[in-house]
Structure formats: structure tokens, C-alpha cells
Ligand binder design. Structure first.
Ligand code: PMP
Length: 354
């Protein structure tokens, strides 16, 4: 089968989430786990200043941003690889292991891009069902074969919000052969408050086969500019840097990411506000009668089964866009207090109408 046919078939099954606007224009987008805040003034200023140079190609190696990330996390610059969004860095990882017969293990349900990226790269997905809402690390370790080249562990998990604790993750890593790369996808790391959930970078420093994938799209509020990065053992980071399309991270994205690293204290306050709202939303939902798994991310998960589409529609009719997953459940991002109140009102009304 020609490769483009394979790509068309794969993409036909891919349905990106869509925002829903209420008929009167009043709407809250709680469907993509974005930051609900406007960009920081200092970041907007840096972007405006950078706009003066957009007649030129960006720095192809994103040298300044790479160095800023390396300094921020105290890692060698050669261990950092950037891409236009962490999903693209993940794609490069899948492409780099993409030989027929190779297997990549990950939990399911998890980030919806994994199966798509595996299919596009022509590698076999080994999807290990969650145990309840959590990773089943025993089953994942057992799923590793001599064809496994990579394991993705999404921590906290999208869409369930649950996080794996240190002891569990360490004993899992002990069971994984050292020639298998374990990628800890930490898109939501900044929202983690449970001290028993390990910082993936600690594990990366201790082990030769652990890489950490992070993004500027969530806590750093730059989803629209597309910047993500991998911190990995040097040969892995080098391989990813080699496969990146030239100039993939654009000039404004590089500048905005550097400005965001400089403004981390201000961003941290925003993250704290979201974490506070997360507690409020979860407790209010539980008080209404919902079952809500503990979440360490900027969203909550409601396992609604066949009520999923009706619930998502009920929220949409109140101007709240949430993210339905088939007949499984709904993921709802934490937004501003006003948006969260609108969602809580819709959720409460839904229960009452049943
Ligand atoms: N990983 C996870 C777990 C995600 O939820 C997302 C975004 N939804 C990404 C990676 C990709 O983020 P981005 O490409 O915007 O960096």
C-alpha cells in the first residue's frame, strides 16, 4: 500500500476536539487544558519586539532557548531537544524508532496522539488498559518484549489526571531493560502538588534510559505558539535534534518561551490559582454527587460511560465546551473561577434533570 494511502486512512480516524460556542456568543473553552489567562504583558512585549525580525529565518538550532532550558533545569544543553509543540517532539521519537516490527508500549486511555503517532511511524502500539483510572505498571512491565523499543508514561495522565507515585514508578523502571527508552510525558508537571509524585528529571538524572517530555503550552500559556522540549540522554536528544525539520520552532515562539522562563514567578502565581480552583471544582463536583478521581493536572475527569455525549451537549448548551471521549468520559479543564462556575452550574443541572 502506498504510504500516502496509509496516512490518509490513519487521519480519517482522527477527530480533533472542537470548541463549542453558545448561541449567544457566551462560551467557555474548557476542552484543551490551556491556560485560561491572557499572555503576560512582558511576554507580549517580547513577542512584539521579536516581530521586527520576522523577515529573517529563526535560529535553526534555537540556541538561546536551548541554553535557557538547560540552565533552568541544570542539564547539559546537549541533552535538550526542542520542537514545535511536545506532540511534534513525541512524533520525532516515534519516527526515530519506527521500524516494522518495533513495539511501543503505553497505557490506554492516555494522550490521544500516541496511537496516531505510532500508526504514522509504522510502529506497533501495545496499549495497556488503565486499572481503574491509573496506569497499570505491572501489566505495562509485562507487556515489554524484545521488540519493545520505547514506553510512553503520561504522568499525570491525560485525560484521567491521575499521577504515578515515586515508589511505583521506580520499581517499574527497575523492571524495564536499559535498552528500552522510557519517555515520561510531563505536559502537566507544573500542576503536580502531591510530593510523592516524582519529578521526572530526578529519574532522568539517575537512569540512562529515561527521558522527560515537557511543553510551554500549558502552565507557561503559549499553546498558540507551539514549543515543547525533551530532556534526554545525550544520544536520544541528538537523534531527535537531527530529525527536526529545519526552522521548526519559529522566532516568536523561541522569544516567547525565553521571556516565559524569565517570568516564572508570575506564571507560578497563575499555576497556584489554577491548583486552588482545581480543588474547589473537584470538591464541588463531589458534593453534587459525582465521582471524580484525584487529579494532579489542570483538568478533572468524569467517567460517564454512555452518558458522555449527552453530558457534553448539556454543557455546550450552557456555553461550556468540554472534551468528550466516545462513550467513556469527559475531561474538563480548569478555567477562570467564572468559567468553572458555569461548568459547575451545568453539571449540577444535568444531575437534576436526570
Ligand atoms: N502530552 C500530553 C500528555 C498532552 O496532553 C499534550 C497536549 N494536549 C501534549 C503532550 C502536547 O502538547 P503540545 O504539543 O502543545 O506541547
Amino acid at each position: 500500500m502506498p504510504r500516502f494511502r496509509h496516512i490518509l486512512d490513519t487521519m480519517a480516524a482522527y477527530k480533533p476536539g472542537k470548541a463549542v460556542a453558545a448561541p449567544d456568543g457566551r462560551s467557555y473553552k474548557l476542552s484543551s487544558n490551556e491556560s485560561p489567562y491572557d499572555p503576560l504583558p512582558s511576554v507580549v512585549e517580547a513577542i512584539a519586539e521579536g516581530a521586527r525580525q520576522v523577515n529573517r529565518y529563526p535560529d535553526p538550532g534555537s540556541v538561546k532557548l536551548t541554553e535557557a532550558i538547560a540552565e533552568r533545569f541544570d542539564v547539559p544543553a546537549g541533552h535538550v531537544a526542542l520542537g514545535p509543540g511536545s506532540v511534534t517532539v513525541a512524533q520525532q521519537l516515534f519516527e526515530s524508532v519506527g521500524e516494522p516490527g518495533v513495539e511501543v508500549v503505553y497505557a490506554w486511555r492516555s494522550f490521544e496522539a500516541y496511537p496516531l503517532l505510532a500508526d504514522l511511524a509504522g510502529v506497533k502500539s501495545v496499549m495497556v488498559p488503565l486499572a481503574g483510572e491509573d496506569h497499570d505498571l505491572d501489566a505495562m512491565a509485562e507487556a515489554v518484549t524484545d521488540r519493545t523499543s520505547m514506553i510512553f508514561v503520561c504522568n499525570p495522565n491525560n485525560p484521567t489526571g491521575t499521577a504515578i507515585r515515586r515508589a511505583e514508578l521506580e520499581s517499574f523502571l527497575d523492571r524495564v531493560p536499559e535498552d528500552v527508552l522510557v519517555v515520561l510525558d510531563e505536559a502537566y508537571r507544573e500542576y503536580v502538588r502531591d510530593e510523592d509524585v516524582p519529578d521526572g528529571l530526578t529519574l532522568y538524572r539517575e537512569r540512562p534510559n529515561v527521558a522527560v517530555l515537557r511543553t510551554f503550552s500549558k502552565a507557561y500559556g503559549l499553546a498558540g505558539l507551539r514549543v515543547g522540549y525533551l530532556i534526554a540522554p545525550e544520544p536520544v536528544a541528538t537523534a531527535v535534534r537531527k530529525t527536526v525539520i529545519p526552522f521548526a520552532v519559529n522566532h516568536l515562539a523561541q522569544i516567547a518561551a525565553i521571556a516565559s522562563l524569565r517570568a516564572e514567578d508570575e506564571l507560578q502565581e497563575r499555576v497556584e490559582a489554577v491548583v486552588k480552583e482545581r480543588t474547589r471544582v473537584r470538591e464541588a463536583l463531589i458534593a453534587q454527587g459525582w465521582t471524580v478521581p484525584p487529579t494532579e493536572a489542570n483538568f478533572v475527569w468524569l467517567r460517564l460511560g454512555e452518558r458522555t455525549p449527552v453530558f457534553a451537549e448539556a454543557c455546550a448548551s450552557q456555553g461550556v465546551a468540554v472534551r468528550p471521549y466516545g462513550q467513556e468520559g469527559v475531561r474538563v479543564s480548569i478555567g477562570t473561577p467564572q468559567a468553572n462556575d458555569a461548568f459547575l452550574a451545568a453539571a449540577g443541572e444535568f444531575l437534576q434533570s436526570k
